[in-house]
Write a protein of this length. Structure first.
Length: 209
């Protein structure tokens, strides 16, 4: 399989899996509902992210527009970079990492761009598809659907702890989605096993500048 076809297959697989799970959650659960898949350590917990990572928001609707536009530009740049990489002598591992990061970034853009236009809201309500443009928000103002929750370790900080004594402790607390996982896996693999190629690419980029 050529590098170009490999990138298309990987990106398509991530996007399809990501959107199937998001749409299923969106149309079967209300925000805050959860399904325990494996005890208390693997849970489908429906939440929505209205901004950047961990729910951060900046400058309201204007900030959301700027963030969405930045994401679209970034994905365009990554696609162009993948096209260039497909014609160069670079390791398959590094190429796959960039493809996963691209797919993950694109997956969350779909939510921001379209979900506000095609779904009604999910607060105390199981969302339904609505006529295009009559949903809970406008173009680029949709919320990203998150659902994967792995609270592997739960307990309380000890009494003698200098911070948060006796408060609840949960690891791993963030709720995320398949697109987020693709970005994280791609970045971790790149930093652990593709550092030489990453360094080479950074040097090539600095020389061009």
């Amino acid at each position: 399989m050529s590098r170009g076809k490999l990138a298309i297959v990987l990106i398509a697989a991530v996007l399809i899996a990501d959107q199937i799970l998001k749409i299923w959650v969106k149309t079967h659960m209300a925000i805050g509902e959860e399904i325990h898949i494996a005890g208390n350590w693997f849970i489908i917990h429906f939440t929505e992210n209205n901004g950047m990572a961990f729910g951060m928001e900046f400058f309201g609707r204007v900030g959301k527009y700027l963030l969405s536009i930045f994401r679209i530009v970034a994905v365009g740049a990554l696609c162009y970079y993948l096209f260039k990489l497909s014609k160069r002598d670079i390791s398959t591992g590094y190429f796959v990492c960039v493809a996963l990061i691209t797919a993950g970034a694109a997956g969350n853009i779909i939510d921001c761009a379209l979900y506000g236009l095609i779904f009604d809201h999910s607060w105390n309500n199981i969302a339904q598809f609505v006529p295009f443009g009559s949903g809970y928000s406008t173009f680029l103002q949709g919320r990203v659907v998150d659902m994967l929750y792995f609270p592997v370790i739960q307990g309380h900080w000890p009494v003698w702890s200098p911070i948060k004594a006796t408060e609840e402790f949960i690891f791993f607390r963030p709720v995320f989605n398949i697109a987020d996982s693709a970005i994280t896996c791609g970045m971790i693999w790149m930093l652990l096993f593709e550092r030489k190629n990453l360094q080479t690419e950074l040097e090539i980029g600095s020389k061009k500048d």
